[in-house]
Design a protein around this ligand. Structure first.
Ligand SMILES: NC(=O)c1ccc[n+]([C@@H]2O[C@H](COP(=O)([O-])OP(=O)(O)OC[C@H]3O[C@@H](n4cnc5c(N)ncnc54)[C@H](O)[C@@H]3O)[C@@H](O)[C@H]2O)c1
Ligand SMILES: O=C(O)[C@H](O)COP(=O)(O)O
Length: 592
C-alpha cells in the first residue's frame, strides 16, 4: 500500500472535461454522463432558464453571435466597479478583457450565481483567481488567438525603437527635419534576449531570427529542445541580462515576476540596452526604469503595457523622449479580436453547458478519454462520500477521511483529482448548504477542516479497469449504524463499478451488494428466515419499489447486514415498522 503524497498530473491543453453547475440549472449532478452531454442544456431551456452572459468589454461580433445562440447576452461596456457588482448577481457568466478588474467583491456580489468568468485574452492578472475558486466559479481564458498579434506588436516596437520611428514621426509633424538626431541602430547581428519563452516569446524569437538577430531566451520552465528547434539558446537570467542588446519581455505577471526589472537588475544590464514590454506593466518597476533611462543605462524603452492602465497623465515614463508607448495594443488586430471572441465564447458556452473547457485556469484539465473512463467512478466516489457522512452519529464531526483506490494500474496511470473532489462533494453537501464542485472542492474541504488523505493499493492482475474498488473511511467518529465501523475502528464504505454502475459492496466489515441509486436502507439483524419478507411487505404496503437487495452475513445463523435499494423514499412510519421487527438490531435510512 502506498500513500499518494503528491499529484502526478498530465495537463492537456486540447481537451475538455464535463462539469455541471447548480444554481440556475436544475441538476446537482457534477458530471453529466459523457454520452448525454446535452441533457443539462435541454433542461435549462425547457424550464426557461436561459443563462445570462454579461460582456463587459468590446468583443468581436462572431463571439457575440455564438453567445446569443445559447444565452441572453448583455453587452454593457465601461461599467464602474459598483455597477459591475450590481449587475453581476443577475448573470451566470461574465466576459472581460484586461480593462475590467474582477475582484473579490464581484464574486461576493454574485451571491453564487456567477458560474464562469471568461477572460477574452491571455493574462488573467485582472481576475482574482483565489476568490473565483473559493466561490466555485470557473475562470477560462483565450490563450492562443492573440499570440501572433502580440508577437507582431513586439516586433513592431523592436523595429520602431531601433530606428526612432515614433520620435522622428513626432518631430516631422512638429515641422522639424532632424536627420542627424534620429540615427538608429541596426538589428542584424545584435543579441535579443526574450524573457519568457512561451507562446508569444517564441513567436517573437522566430521573427527576430528572420531579422538576422542572435536570439537567446530566459525561461525557467521552458523545455530547452523547443528553444533549440528554432535556433534559440536558453540561458540564465544573469546571462540574458548582461549580454543582451535588446530585451523583450514575455512572461506573465505573477508574484515572482512582479517588478522583476528593478534598480538592481538595471544595474547589471549592458549599458545602452533597449527594452520592449508587451507583457505586463507590473513586471517592470517603472520608477527604476525611469532612473535607468535618465542615466543612459537603458537607451530606449517601448512599452505597450503599464502598471496602471491607462497611465496617469503626468506619468514621466510616458512623456520620456526615449520611450515609445502604445495603449495596450498587443492583441488589437481585427484578426486576433475575432479569434479571441470566438475562443472565449466557445469556452464560456461550453462551461455553461456543463463542459469544462481546456482553457480552465482554476480547475484541473482532464483529457476527455480519461473522463469518459472515470465517469462511473466519479459517481461512485460522490455516493460513497454521501453514504459515509450520513453514517456518522450526530455531534461526532468529520475531520479525518481516508480514500483508498485499489487498482492494477501503476500509480502514474490514475489521475484521482476528480475522484477526490467528488468524495469531498459527497461528504460536505449532505451536511451543509455549500455547493462543492471541481473548482472549489479542495478549498471548501480545507476551510471545513477536512483532512482527506488518499492511498493506493496496487493489485495484481489486468489493468483494464482503472479501478477495482474504492474505499472511504472516516476516523475518530461514532456511527449511528454500529455495523458500519470496521475492524480498524473507522466508518468504512466500499464500492465498485459493475456493468458501468456504481455499487456499494462493503459496509464496515460486512460484504453487501446494492446498486447506488435512489436511497438505501441498511439493516442489521440476527440471521434467520423471514426477515427479508417482512421488510419487503412493509415497503410494498407503502408502494415503495425495491430496486436491489442483498444480505451479507458473518456466518450462517449469526449477524447479517441487509442492504435494500429503494426507488422511493419510505415514510417515517414504514421505517419505524422496520425498526420494530424483532430480529432487527439496528437500521439506518440513507439518501444518495
Ligand atoms: N500586450 C498585449 O496585448 C498582450 C497580448 C498577449 C499576451 N500578452 C502578455 O504576454 C505574456 C505572455 O503571453 P503568452 O501567451 O506567451 O503566455 P505563455 O504562458 O505562453 O508564456 C509565458 C512564459 O513565461 C514563462 N515564465 C514564467 N515565469 C517566468 C520567469 N520568472 N522568467 C521568465 N519566464 C517566465 C513561462 O514559463 C511561459 O513559458 C503574458 O503576460 C500575457 O498577458 C500581452
Ligand atoms: O493578456 C492579453 O491577452 C493581452 O494583454 C490582451 O489583452 P486585451 O485583450 O485586454 O487587449
Amino acid at each position: 500500500m502506498s500513500v499518494i503524497s503528491s499529484w502526478n498530473l498530465t495537463i492537456s491543453l486540447n481537451t475538455t472535461i464535463s462539469l455541471s453547475w447548480r444554481s440556475s440549472l436544475p441538476s446537482r449532478a457534477i458530471f453529466p454522463r459523457p454520452k448525454k452531454p446535452k441533457t443539462l442544456v435541454v433542461l435549462a431551456i425547457a424550464l426557461g432558464a436561459k443563462p445570462t452572459v454579461l460582456v463587459a468589454e468590446k468583443l468581436g461580433d462572431a463571439g457575440i453571435q455564438l453567445l446569443r445562440t445559447f444565452a441572453n447576452v448583455d453587452c454593457s461596456y465601461n461599467l464602474s466597479p459598483e455597477e459591475l457588482c450590481t449587475k453581476i448577481s443577475l448573470c451566470d457568466a461574465l466576459i472581460v478583457r484586461s480593462g475590467t478588474k474582477v475582484t473579490r467583491e464581484v464574486f461576493e456580489s454574485a451571491m453564487g450565481r456567477l458560474k464562469v468568468v471568461g477572460r477574452a485574452g491571455v493574462g488573467i492578472d485582472n481576475v482574482d483567481i483565489s476568490a473565483a475558486t473559493e466561490h466555485g466559479c470557473l475562470v477560462v481564458n483565450a490563450p492562443t488567438a492573440n499570440t501572433i498579434a502580440a508577437a507582431e506588436h513586439g516586433i513592431a516596437l523592436l523595429t520602431a525603437v531601433s530606428r526612432n520611428v515614433a520620435q522622428a514621426d513626432a518631430s516631422v509633424k512638429a515641422g522639424k527635419w532632424e536627420r542627424n538626431k534620429y540615427v538608429g541602430v541596426s538589428l542584424v547581428g545584435k543579441i535579443l534576449a526574450v524573457m519568457g519563452f512561451g507562446k508569444v516569446g517564441s513567436e517573437v524569437a522566430r521573427r527576430a531570427k528572420g531579422l538576422g538577430m542572435q536570439v537567446i531566451a530566459h525561461d525557467p520552465y521552458a523545455p530547452a529542445d523547443r528553444a533549440r528547434a528554432i535556433g534559440v539558446e536558453l540561458v540564465s537570467f544573469e546571462e540574458a541580462l548582461t549580454t543582451a542588446d535588446f530585451i523583450s519581455l514575455h512572461m506573465p505577471l505573477t508574484p515572482a515576476t512582479s517588478k522583476m526589472f528593478n534598480d538592481e537588475t538595471f544595474s547589471r544590464v549592458k549599458k545602452g540596452v533597449r527594452i520592449i514590454n508587451v507583457a505586463r506593466g507590473g513586471v517592470i518597476d517603472e520608477e527604476a526604469l525611469l532612473r535607468a533611462l535618465d542615466s543612459g543605462i537603458v537607451a530606449q524603452a517601448a512599452l505597450d503595457v503599464f502598471t496602471e492602465e491607462p497611465p496617469p497623465q503626468e506619468n514621466k515614463l510616458v512623456r520620456h523622449e526615449n520611450v515609445t508607448v502604445t495603449p495596450h495594443l498587443g492583441a488589437s488586430t481585427t484578426e486576433a479580436q475575432e479569434g479571441v471572441a470566438l475562443e472565449i465564447a466557445e469556452a464560456v458556452v461550453g462551461a455553461l453547458k456543463g463542459e469544462l473547457a481546456a482553457t480552465a485556469v482554476n480547475a484541473p484539465m482532464v483529457p476527455a478519454e480519461v473522463l469518459l473512463e472515470l465517469s462511473p467512478y466519479v459517481a461512485l466516489t460522490e455516493k460513497l462520500g454521501r453514504l459515509a457522512v450520513q453514517l456518522v452519529a450526530g455531534g461526532s464531526g468529520v475531520k479525518f477521511v481516508k480514500v483508498t483506490y485499489a487498482s492494477a494500474r501503476g500509480p502514474d496511470d490514475l489521475d484521482t483529482r476528480l475522484l477526490r473532489a467528488m468524495v469531498t462533494k459527497g461528504l460536505i453537501e449532505p451536511i451543509s448548504s455549500v455547493f462543492v464542485n471541481l473548482v472549489n472542492a479542495d478549498f471548501i474541504g480545507k476551510q471545513r477542516g477536512l483532512r482527506l488523505t488518499e492511498e493506493r493499493i496496487v493489485l495484481d492482475g489486468s489493468p483494464e479497469k482503472p479501478l477495482e474498488f474504492i474505499q472511504v473511511r472516516i476516523a475518530n467518529v461514532e456511527s449511528k449504524f454500529a455495523s458500519a465501523i470496521s475492524n480498524s475502528g473507522e466508518i468504512t464504505v466500499e464500492g465498485r463499478v459493475k456493468d458501468g454502475k456504481p455499487h456499494l459492496t462493503k459496509v464496515g466489515s460486512f460484504g453487501v451488494d446494492v446498486s447506488l441509486e435512489g436511497s438505501i436502507v441498511l439493516c442489521r439483524q440476527s440471521d434467520q428466515p423471514g426477515i427479508i419478507g417482512k421488510v419487503g411487505n412493509i415497503l410494498s404496503e407503502e408502494n415503495v419499489n425495491v430496486n436491489f437487495m442483498s444480505v451479507g452475513r458473518i456466518a450462517p445463523g449469526k449477524q447479517a447486514v441487509m442492504t435494500i435499494g429503494l426507488d422511493e423514499e419510505p415514510s417515517r412510519d414504514a421505517l419505524k415498522k422496520i425498526g420494530e421487527i424483532t430480529a432487527v438490531e439496528e437500521f439506518v435510512f440513507l439518501k444518495l
